[in-house]
Design a protein around this ligand. Structure first.
Ligand code: AMP
Ligand code: MN
Ligand code: MN
Length: 324
């Protein structure tokens, strides 16, 4: 079986090397942070040296995670060294590691652990499971495969990844295996409802202000099948919000009855826009995202597109329309 072979190769990668760099994608979500920490824990169980790094800060909301404060923020503090052994988690392609690639030594060996169907297998060793709901689900399997005993702290991290990438066990990626895994994690004492409250229910006031402002500008195509909202730097300033407060806004246009694709355009600067795409099921948004140099899943995908908002919005909407 391919999965077993990839698990075996990943185990060998971890046991045969030492002094690792562990990275996840830029603007990390619950799965990216949790998977980084789970790999860190795994390495500590093996007695290995490792450093966890992200291009930017991790969301404040995730500060409860075991060793969350050990993930170094490269934008705040440079790290003047390079690593020969790198583990990338939840990164659909190499670009997604962002600035942390500066820390990769030339010819560095890479272990690529991910669940995006668009992953192009950029690792020296690849552990890619496109049907997994989250990278955390794959790490659960790897930990079991290696015969390590979980504890509550790391079970909480894995549960966090599952919870956030399935939207609270609601999206179509919520397979029987996801529920079985979540059930096992709860046995370790994970506080499921508390995590749902913290990560999915609670909003900060700036987050709510930002949402209200964004929804004011909601657009809909004439046939009612594509809907989008835009968030600019001025919107963030107005609301007193930060980047992570944009999480979840894209669901609102998508949730309108009759809408097939919901989009969120986040203006990064004058030259680039981040597009988040969500599909009701008919349109493969990973395909649309890929045509703009991004990637993701059938129902949730994203891309960073170079250009101004005025130029990008009609281009993306048109590309979605062609898929309808
Ligand atoms: P987001 O819209 O940022 O919540 O991302 C939705 C899904 O698309 C996630 O699974 C992301 O990992 C993936 N994704 C987002 N942006 C990109 C990108 N620039 N390249 C590849 N995959 C992406
Ligand atoms: Mn992610
Ligand atoms: Mn993920």
């Amino acid at each position: 079986m391919q999965y077993e072979r990839e698990l075996r190769q990943s185990q060998a990668f971890l046991t045969e090397h030492d002094d690792f760099l562990v990275v996840a994608h830029v603007q990390p979500d619950g799965d990216a942070v949790s998977s980084t920490l789970a790999v860190g824990w795994l390495l500590s169980c093996l007695g290995k040296k490792y450093v966890m790094v992200n291009e930017g800060p991790i969301p404040k909301r995730m500060g409860y995670l075991w060793q969350a404060d050990q993930i170094r923020d490269l934008s705040a503090e440079p790290l003047n060294r390079k690593f020969d052994n790198v583990i990338c988690v939840d990164c659909a392609d190499f670009k997604r590691v962002g600035m942390t690639k500066e820390l990769f030594a030339e010819g560095a060996k890479l272990l690529n652990i991910d669940h995006h169907p668009t992953n192009d297998g950029y690792g020296t060793v690849n552990l890619i499971v496109p049907y997994a709901a989250a990278t955390a689900e794959i790490l659960f399997d790897l930990i079991q495969f290696m015969g390590l005993e979980l504890n509550e702290a790391i079970a909480t991290a894995l549960y966090t990844g599952l919870l956030t990438d399935t939207g609270g066990f609601r999206y179509s990626n919520t397979s029987p295996k996801v529920m079985a895994t979540a059930s096992k994690l709860l046995e370790y004492g994970v506080e499921g409802p508390g995590l749902s409250e913290l990560l999915l229910e609670q909003m900060t006031l700036p987050q709510l202000r930002l949402l209200t402002r964004a929804l004011n500008g909601l657009q809909l195509t004439e046939d009612g099948k594509i809907s989008w909202v835009v968030v600019t730097d001025e919107d963030l300033k107005f609301a007193g919000a930060v980047h992570e407060d944009m999480e979840g806004i894209v669901n609102y246009p998508r949730n309108i009855q009759g809408v097939e694709v919901g989009l969120l355009f986040k203006v990064i600067d004058e030259q680039a826009v981040k597009v988040s795409m969500r599909s009701a099921g008919k349109v493969d948004v990973a395909k649309v995202a890929q045509s703009f140099g991004g990637g993701g899943h059938v129902r949730a995908a994203g891309a960073r597109v170079e250009g101004t908002l005025e130029a990008i919005v009609p281009r993306v909407v048109e590309q979605v329309r062609l898929q309808l």
